[in-house]
Design a protein around this ligand. Structure first.
Ligand SMILES: [Zn+2]
Length: 249
């Protein structure tokens, strides 16, 4: 029986790895899209500032054109002053001139504001670009790492399943059926409960075990399951001694 239980321990190790891989198969794409979203958001922030710069430049250009037009019209009005005959005409042309001057002054003021604003926007663009680069430098290696992991999960699971088959061949069919039955009902893939001198509780449900039961588990001569949670008991020290090659106490 002890040999069979040792095989179950190997099986459990593989099943936990398969469980972990399948779990990560659903978690990794989420982490991946979170990383991709942070890069996209930082990219959009840069785009927004670029758009603002473009719209400022377009606005500045339109004010410049307005000033050119107003100046040309102002020149014409001033020329007309020389050939004026009536007072009424004189007042009208003067009003026109005043109007054009106001337009020019207004547009100049707006352009000065835009210039000051564009300094701020340029600074903000630099900051946003820097932030984007920082986020990229942080996220891109993680993204390629995750992509590689996602790509390798299927082949890793397949390899583990093959390894599992190799182990199941040596396990008596009824024992394997019991194990697989418990495995199919466990969300965390933990079928075995490891018990030792230091830990006389079920490692799966933490029920305190009677000394007599602990002794029986230690002997390992028959299949014992937890009455509380159904896990198969395995004497933990067997596995520990095997793993670490430590001398028996
Ligand atoms: Zn239990």
């Amino acid at each position: 029986m002890i040999k069979d239980l040792e095989l179950l321990v190997q099986l459990q190790t593989i099943d936990l790895r398969i469980h972990e891989l399948i779990q990560s198969q659903s978690d990794l794409p989420k982490s991946l899209s979170e990383l991709e979203r942070s890069i996209a958001a930082a990219g959009r922030a840069v785009d927004n500032v670029n758009n603002q710069m473009d719209s400022n430049a377009a606005e500045k250009k339109s004010f410049e054109e307005r000033v050119v037009d107003a100046k040309a019209a102002l020149d014409k009005s001033q020329e007309r002053l020389n050939s004026i005959k009536t007072n009424r005409e004189y007042d009208a042309v003067h009003a026109e001139i005043e109007n054009f001057k106001n337009t020019i002054a207004g547009a100049d003021a707006k352009m000065r504001n835009l210039l000051a604003e564009s300094d701020k926007v340029t600074q903000s663009l630099e900051a946003k670009k820097e932030e984007l680069e920082k986020i990229k430098a942080d996220c891109e290696p993680k993204i390629s790492d995750l992509k590689a992991k996602i790509a390798s999960i299927d082949s890793s699971v397949a390899a583990l399943r093959k390894e599992r088959e190799g182990i199941t061949v040596g396990i008596p069919k009824s024992l394997l059926r019991t194990y697989d039955h418990i495995l199919s009902r466990r969300k965390n893939a933990k079928v075995l409960s490891f018990v030792s001198h230091d830990n006389s509780t079920c490692s799966s449900c933490f029920k305190v075990l009677e000394t007599q039961l602990v002794n029986e588990i230690r002997r390992g001569t028959k299949l014992l399951t937890c009455q509380n949670c159904g896990a198969i008991f395995v004497w933990g020290e067997t596995a520990v001694e095997k793993d670490t090659a430590a001398p028996a106490a």
